[in-house]
Design a protein around this ligand. Structure first.
Ligand code: HEC
Ligand code: HEC
Length: 298
């Protein structure tokens, strides 16, 4: 066999051509697979979980705890209000305003979201995951970073912002002892893997946004993200029960932390479409080479 360089070039050309023919089809299948939330739901407010067996109110009649044996949601302690106000003025007011009601775009360069009524879990998530205070307010997506404020300071800020207009969801604490990890894996494949990949590595989304890796995220923050839907992530409320959220959280905080690739290379856990591509590229290329070899033997 003579593997002349024009031959190799032609084989490579054929694999590349095959890629461009097959790519649109695979992208179409992938896109159809990813559409699993209701895009007509636009309101950011979360009315709280509908299936609570615990509901505790304070003297003023405001709900301060709710939930069930899978997840309990608790209000940040009201005694942290004053500390929270001071921390807010120091770390957040310059962008989100003294009343936390944000700055509208109106053609100015700075546009900052209104935080009033978003619920304590939203405020706590953005501060405790290190996204806020923002270092680059013009970034397309605020990334997770080492938090600059302590968990207690994040709670305090959540307490003060919530005192302006009490709302839900409150701060979740999942009880993972009651979770079922195999149900969690199935729910994750259905609801989350389209963006985060089945191994939770994260992936690029449209318009320079991305879904982050889900490694090393504390369990309560996984629930906060599911219940509040940060930035481009959909908010899962009535469509996932607390039991299901508990199952998914168990999967994210155990299985995803120890990925295993029984079939060889993991390819970033991108799933069957990506793996099929690699198979096709290599497979078609090798076949073309074999064809040329057979053809040249007479
Ligand atoms: C330098 C400006 C800046 C500072 C300081 C800042 N933020 Fe933000 N904040 C932003 C921008 C810009 C966004 C929109 C980011 C995005 O969507 O990725 C945002 C988004 C948020 C969101 C998400 C709002 C939503 O609608 O989902 C929360 C919550 C938040 N900030 C809370 C805070 C808190 C609490 C602090 C203080 C600890 C803070 N921010 C400090 C600029 C800032
Ligand atoms: C449409 C795509 C999409 C889907 C579906 C989705 N997410 Fe996300 N998720 C995102 C994006 C985008 C972010 C980052 C948001 C940001 O930066 O504020 C994110 C953030 C997160 C975070 C926070 C990670 C961090 O870096 O702090 C967790 C945890 C999470 N998602 C879990 C889930 C789970 C569990 C599901 C399924 C129930 C799910 N996501 C479904 C797009 C998605």
């Amino acid at each position: 066999m003579k593997l002349t360089s024009p031959l190799v070039r032609r084989a490579a050309l054929w694999s590349v051509a095959g890629f461009f023919v097959l790519a649109p089809g695979a992208i179409f299948v992938g896109a159809a697979h990813g559409a699993n939330y209701n895009p007509t739901e636009t309101s950011r407010r979360n009315s709280g979980t509908p299936n609570s067996s615990i509901v505790v109110k304070n003297k003023a009649g405001t709900v301060i705890e709710y939930g069930n044996k899978y997840i309990t949601y608790t209000a940040p302690p009201a005694k942290l209000d004053n500390l929270g106000e001071a921390l807010y003025m120091e770390n957040c007011a310059s962008c989100h305003g003294n009343q936390a009601d944000g700055v509208p775009a109106n053609g100015t360069t700075g546009a900052y979201p209104d935080l009033v009524g978003l619920g304590p879990a939203t405020i706590d998530f953005w501060v405790d995951s290190g996204r806020m205070p923002a270092t680059d307010p013009r970034a397309i997506e605020a990334p997770r970073r080492l938090p600059r404020l302590t968990p207690n300071q994040a709670l305090a800020i959540a307490a003060w912002v919530n005192s302006l207009a009490p709302s839900l969801p409150l701060i979740p604490s999942p009880n993972l002892a009651n979770a079922n990890v195999s149900d969690g894996a199935a729910l994750f494949a259905l609801n989350c893997a389209s963006c985060h990949t089945i191994e939770g590595d994260g992936d690029a989304l449209a318009s320079s946004t991305f879904s982050p890796s889900l490694r090393h995220i504390p369990a309560f923050q996984v629930v906060e993200a599911i219940r509040t839907g940060p930035a481009n992530m959909p908010r899962f409320t009535g469509n996932l029960s607390d039991q299901q959220v508990d199952d998914v959280t168990q999967y994210v905080t155990t299985e995803i932390e120890h990925p295993n690739n029984p079939g060889g290379f993991g390819l970033g856990g991108l799933g069957p479409v990506a793996e099929g591509f690699v198979g096709l590229l290599l497979g078609v290329g090798v076949l073309v080479l074999v064809c040329y070899w057979i053809g040249e033997r007479q």
